[in-house]
Each structure stands twice: as structure tokens, then as C-alpha cells.
Design a protein around this ligand. Structure first.
Ligand SMILES: [Zn+2]
Length: 565
């Protein structure tokens, strides 16, 4: 009897683990009143992270009504120049939190609450945690207008659902309905060798497979001859109804002769594991060609991604001589639309004609140890477990341009670069900063700190670094003439710009009183809403002070006329 009960409990537990109904599907309503068309899906592959929510298109414009997905209260408000821009977090009685990002403006009651805090703290950027009784909301209540604020490349709403432990969940699991009648597309596939003795088509290097597309969208690869431990990776995307955006897959698995070796499902992850995307994709290929090949195997021991499931031999296929294998990769979107790739493999131990060429340098970096490199001018410290594998590090310093390997190796977390600046005098040092060369070969400012005789920074990116100076002050140009009448205008705008290091801080005043100026760094514009405050009499004086990252400061004053009533 006891045995039976135990078995029953055990089976119910297993059943619970596998049921999709863990999530309430009728609790949340859609956050916009327009039909939902996506430009981004949950978990899709972004630069250094998996996308944490849905990107809902807003018909190329801002200003659509955003509503609370369920009853709850505003538990967090964050306004930042980059990232989610103006973002709102609503905590619901069932423990979940919904997040709304890139907003244009909050609803009047929330906007009033936020502005009060902004004027108190004299800052546009703000981070607030209202109490549960301060900003209560009903399901469907207007909370904001959709926008394009922060690091957003076009008008849309970023929508997330998080659980009590701050894991991020696929909103589609909660019944948020998005029409999707299109199958995933597999663009290309690659075979990878695990070690020196593995081979694919007589190569020890990765090879691209030749694929034939069938009428139904499925693909068949030309027969691969292989031996030893190999893995497969694919470049694939999914499109949904109403848009041509290349979005992420929901599911992918790999079977060999009907036996599953690998599975990944984009349903839930935490922010702390998001950077493992650089271990999930073929990072080297991504850095060189901007192509995101998803590997159906786990080749780095430190990869802690929880999205994987049913791993056998970490997804690697063990190919024995003169045996035949049928590898099937199945990709699915959330609606279950499916595209398959079949790869016939013949086991053949052959001579390896193409070997992996290793560029040996004097510096062999071990992933599980700390690594240090440098010379008289610069010292670089990499804590342990920063790299996914051991490799030969390339270091040089030519006339102050410090080469830290190259961008094809990903770094999991921060390393420290320290420049010795004892040879510079104090006056020159004031204007100096650390710069990194970007993709378009231009130097840009990286957050530089000064301590004793050093300038230092923390970075997650390999590449070229150097010391530069910024002697140019920020430029401030207004959109109104001296003494212009602005009675009919609702907004006051000025353009601010700094060529070399960028804008670190700004401050606006009218008649000596601090005013809230919203900074849009994508447009280089500061905007003041005249309805915030009333000033008596006329004329008035606008004063704007802007500093760049090395503290070059520009102060601009101009008078204008306006009657506030
Ligand atoms: Zn987004």
C-alpha cells in the first residue's frame, strides 16, 4: 500500500514537471489594444544576451495605449537614457511581475508620481520602488503610451513576464496569442569536430553542409563522412504572421537514429545566465560574419545555460567506422510549426587533409586560471573562468595602441585594464581617457577611472585600446532665438552634443530653478515640458550646463518670453 502511494506521488510529481499548465493561461490580457505583431520573440538571439520578452510592433508609431495585463500595483519604475528607457514593472497578486519597456509617457497618475520624484531628486534618470498601496492598477487600466525610449531601434513595446525569483518567462506560455502560420527556416548547417582526432569530410575544421530544400521546407544534407566525436550547428530563424522579422525558434532538438542527444526550449531563463549565449552560438563565426549558428552540443564545461534538456554525451555524436547514422534536427516555433533537417552520416576513418590551424603565441591562456598580460605601459588582469576554453592570447603594444587578442574570443565577465600614466603631467591627465576601437574602426570612450598614477577601466570586450585626450567642450544649440515669444509652445528644446567622449551630465534651469529636461541621446536633444511649472512675469532665462566624460563643461544662457497661465 505504502509503495503504491509513493509511486502515485512520484508519478504525479513527474506529471507536474511535464505539464504545460504550470502557467495560468487566462490571467494576463495583452498589453496593447492593437493586434499583436512581433518584431522580437522570447529567447531570440541578441548581442551577448537572449531576448527577455516579446517585442510588440506598434505600427511604426509611438503613442499606442499600453494597459496593465492584470490587476496589481506598480512595484518599480526605471527611467534611463539607454536600456529599457522609460520602463514600468507591475507586480500581480499571483506573484508574477509584468514589465513594459521603451515607453513614451506614463499615464497621468503614474506620470505625476514620477515627476514629483524627479523634481525631488533633480534627475531625469530615476529608479523607484513604489509601495504596494501607492500605485494600484486594475486589469486593462491605461498605464502608459508606447514609445521608442532607451536602446530601442524603432517604435515598439518590450513586454516581459517574470516570476517571484525574477526568472524571465516566455509570455506565450501565459496564453498571449500571436498568430503564426509560418514554419521556421533553416538557412545553413555546420558540422563541428570535438577534438584533434575527429573528422568531417576529411577535415578537422568545421565544415558547412550542403543542403537541399524539399518542397515542404524540410532539408536534406549531402552525406557526410565522419569519424570520432562531432557536433552539428544550424543557422535558423522563425517568422510570424504580419511581419518579415527574423525571430527566434521556440524549440530545437537533435536525434541520432531515433535517439535524442540534445534539446533546447526557449521558455524560461534568468538574467545571470543570459551571457552564456556566447557559448551557445559559434561565437567566432558570429564575431567574424555576424551569423548566429546555434550549436546542438555543449562544448564548454562552464556553460550553465538552463535552457538545455535531455542532453546525452552533451549533444556530441560518436561516429564509428563503417556505420550509418541518420541525424534529424527538428526546429519548432511556439505554435508547433515544424522544419526538419536530415543529415545522413557514414562512419569512415580517413586521413585528415585539413587541420585546425592554431596561431601559437608566447601566451597560453588557461580558462580555469587567472591570466595576466602587459608591459611597462599597460597591465591587464583576467580573473579565472572568464574564457570558455584555453587559447593562445595575442598581445602587442604598438605606439600606445594595445592589442588585446581580437573580438573572435568572447569574455564572460569583466577584466581590468590599467594604464600607467606617471609620465604625464597633471594638467594633460585631466583630459585623458581610455578609448576602444569599435567595429567601424573609430575610437570611442570607455568608462575611465583615475587612481594614483593610473587610468583604468573594466571591460568584457577584447580588441584594441589606447589613451586619448578630449580637449573639446560640449556644444549646446537651442531651437529658439533670443527673446523669442514661446507662449504657444508646450516644449523647450535644445540640442547638446559632444564629439569625443560624449555627454556625462546635464542640468537645466529657468530663472534659477532646476527644471526636468528629458534627454534623448539618440537624437541629442534635451526637452523641457512647459506644463511642469509656472514662472511669473517675462522675460525668462534658460540656463543649460553640460559636461562631457572628462568634465569639459559648457554653460549656455538665453532669454525668452512666455506668459505662463
Ligand atoms: Zn525587447
Amino acid at each position: 500500500m505504502i509503495k503504491k502511494i509513493t509511486l502515485f506521488i512520484f508519478l504525479s510529481f513527474i506529471g507536474l514537471l511535464h505539464s504545460q499548465s504550470n502557467y495560468p493561461t487566462d490571467y494576463f490580457i495583452k498589453p496593447l489594444e492593437i493586434p499583436l505583431v512581433l518584431s522580437g520573440t522570447f529567447g531570440e538571439l541578441r548581442s551577448n544576451h537572449f531576448h527577455a520578452g516579446l517585442d510588440i510592433k506598434t505600427q511604426q508609431v509611438t503613442g499606442h495605449k499600453v494597459v496593465a495585463a492584470a490587476d496589481g500595483y506598480v512595484s518599480r519604475i526605471k527611467i534611463s537614457h539607454w536600456g529599457y528607457g522609460k520602463a514600468l514593472y507591475i507586480t500581480h497578486p499571483n506573484g508574477y511581475t509584468t514589465v513594459y519597456g521603451h515607453l513614451k509617457k506614463f499615464s497621468p497618475k503614474i506620470e505625476a508620481y514620477v515627476k514629483k520624484q524627479q523634481y525631488l531628486k533633480k534627475s531625469y534618470e530615476i529608479h523607484l520602488y513604489p509601495k504596494s498601496n501607492e500605485l494600484k492598477l486594475n486589469k486593462g487600466e491605461l498605464i502608459a503610451l508606447s514609445g521608442n525610449s532607451g536602446s530601442s531601434g524603432g517604435p515598439h513595446l518590450h513586454f516581459e513576464i517574470r516570476d517571484v525569483k525574477a526568472n524571465i518567462l516566455n509570455p506565450m506560455l501565459f496564453g498571449i496569442q500571436i498568430a503564426d502560420h509560418k514554419k521556421p527556416t533553416i538557412q545553413s548547417a555546420f558540422a563541428y569536430t570535438k577534438n584533434d582526432t575527429s573528422q568531417v569530410n576529411q577535415s578537422n575544421k568545421n565544415i558547412e553542409l550542403i543542403l537541399k530544400r524539399q518542397k515542404n521546407g524540410d532539408l536534406i544534407a549531402n552525406t557526410v563522412y565522419a569519424h570520432g566525436e562531432i557536433g552539428i550547428g544550424i543557422n535558423a530563424y522563425d517568422r510570424l504572421d504580419g511581419a518579415n522579422n527574423h525571430n527566434g525558434l521556440y524549440f530545437m532538438d537533435l536525434n541520432v537514429n531515433g535517439k535524442k542527444l540534445f534539446e533546447i526550449t526557449f521558455d524560461k531563463f534568468s538574467f545571470s545566465e543570459s551571457r552564456f549565449i556566447n557559448s551557445y552560438i559559434d561565437y567566432e563565426r558570429y564575431a567574424r560574419l555576424n551569423q548566429k549558428v546555434q550549436k546542438c552540443f555543449v562544448d564548454h564545461p562552464m556553460n550553465k545555460l538552463s535552457l538545455y534538456d535531455n542532453l546525452k554525451n552533451k549533444g556530441f555524436i560518436h561516429i564509428k567506422d563503417s556505420l550509418d547514422y541518420k541525424v534529424t534536427i527538428t526546429t519548432k516555433d511556439f505554435k508547433g510549426n515544424t522544419t526538419k533537417l536530415i543529415i545522413p552520416i557514414k562512419g569512415k576513418k580517413d586521413t585528415i587533409l585539413i587541420g585546425e590551424k592554431v596561431n601559437k603565441t608566447p601566451y597560453l591562456f588557461k580558462a580555469n586560471q587567472e591570466n595576466n598580460i602587459g608591459d611597462d605601459m599597460v597591465k591587464v588582469h583576467f580573473p579565472k573562468n572568464l574564457f570558455y576554453k584555453d587559447f593562445y592570447f595575442d598581445f602587442s603594444n604598438e605606439n600606445g595602441v594595445v592589442k588585446l587578442h581580437n573580438k573572435t574570443v568572447s569574455v564572460h565577465s569583466y577584466f581590468k585594464i590599467t594604464f600607467d600614466v606617471s609620465k604625464y603631467n597633471k594638467e594633460d591627465l585631466k583630459y585623458m581617457f581610455i578609448a576602444k576601437k569599435n567595429k567601424s574602426k573609430k575610437w570611442y570612450y570607455v568608462s575611465t577611472k583615475h587612481k594614483n598614477n593610473t587610468l583604468y577601466t573594466s571591460s568584457k570586450n577584447l580588441g584594441e585600446y589606447t589613451l586619448l585626450s578630449d580637449l573639446e567642450k560640449p556644444v549646446i544649440s537651442p531651437f529658439f532665438k533670443k527673446d523669442q515669444w514661446l507662449t504657444k509652445s508646450n516644449y523647450l528644446k535644445v540640442k547638446i552634443y559632444d564629439k569625443k567622449t560624449g555627454i556625462k551630465s546635464y542640468r537645466g534651469e529657468i530663472d534659477g530653478q532646476w527644471i526636468l529636461m528629458e534627454y534623448d541621446p539618440k537624437k541629442n536633444i534635451l526637452t523641457y515640458d512647459f506644463r511642469d511649472k509656472k514662472f511669473t512675469g517675462t522675460p525668462h532665462t534658460l540656463k543649460v550646463i553640460v559636461k562631457d566624460y572628462v568634465n569639459n563643461s559648457t554653460t549656455f544662457t538665453r532669454t525668452f518670453n512666455k506668459k505662463f497661465n
